[in-house]
Design a binder for this molecule. Structure first.
Ligand code: SF4
Length: 233
């Protein structure tokens, strides 16, 4: 049954579900999300791959998949977004920052990402996602515990206190091998950059290839003392 709970109830629900679903499969977690939140549930995707969108579409055909177009994406990322929209049973929604890159440059000067990446991410990622998620009670991400030390404690279901929403990470317990196996078994769309030395794909100015042995997110904001964009803080 689909219900929309009050803020406090949703927090308690999230924390209880996080305990009860810790050992559940990704499909079981997403089935719970679909049954609990219905159209108030969405998946967010960076278009690094479409694994979570694919899983969600199996339990909730036509599920909303939210993509944040920062204006700084690689063309391969936009191509992946377009392919997901054309080929998968999802409702693709693209969020845009309130200013184009040119408008931001006019206000803050060019290459804000090099001078103040936290502000750039706040303007081009965090603000637009906060606005885009306003109509939902729960959102799913592709966060995995093995991606980096900062993600090692990611709950399968948790409480996003900043936004007052239930945050679901159905593949939190997966490894890269699990992702690769799912992609191979189901022919899931992936960003071509993953075959070109990139282990994690973000905005072009802030993403580099990773070396053998580096963790997946080492190529994000390399050398800038930053590891997360603020979406998951
Ligand atoms: Fe700006 Fe880089 Fe953040 Fe993208 S990842 S919003 S370019 S600082």
């Amino acid at each position: 049954m689909t219900t929309t709970q009050a803020h406090g109830d949703r927090k308690e629900l999230a924390e209880r579900a996080g305990r009860e679903l810790e050992d559940a499969s990704a499909l079981e977690v997403l089935t719970w999300a679909a049954e609990t939140f219905g159209p108030k549930f969405c998946v967010t995707s960076s278009m690094e791959d479409a694994v979570v969108a694919h899983l969600a579409s199996r339990v909730m055909p036509g599920v909303d998949v939210v993509f944040l177009d920062t204006g700084y994406h690689f063309e391969e990322t936009i191509g992946t977004r377009d392919a997901v929209e054309a080929l998968m049973d999802v409702n693709l929604l693209t969020l845009l920052p309130c200013r184009t890159v040119a408008e931001q440059d006019a206000v803050y000067g060019p290459k804000l990402h090099d001078r103040d990446p936290d502000l750039c991410c706040a303007l081009r990622k965090v603000g637009p996602l906060d606005a885009g998620l306003a109509g939902y009670d729960a959102w799913a991400t592709g966060l995995r515990r093995d991606e980096s030390p900062t993600r090692a404690g990611t709950p399968v279901v948790g409480w996003d206190g900043k936004r007052g929403k239930v945050k679901i990470s159905p593949i939190a317990r997966w490894t890269q091998d699990d992702v690769d196996a799912y992609v191979a078994e189901h022919g899931v769309l992936t960003n071509p950059l993953l075959m070109d030395g990139y282990a994690s794909v973000g905005c072009a100015p802030c993403t580099r290839r990773v070396a053998e042995g580096e963790d997946a997110r080492a190529g994000r904001w390399a050398g800038r003392g930053k590891t997360e964009c603020g979406l998951h803080g």
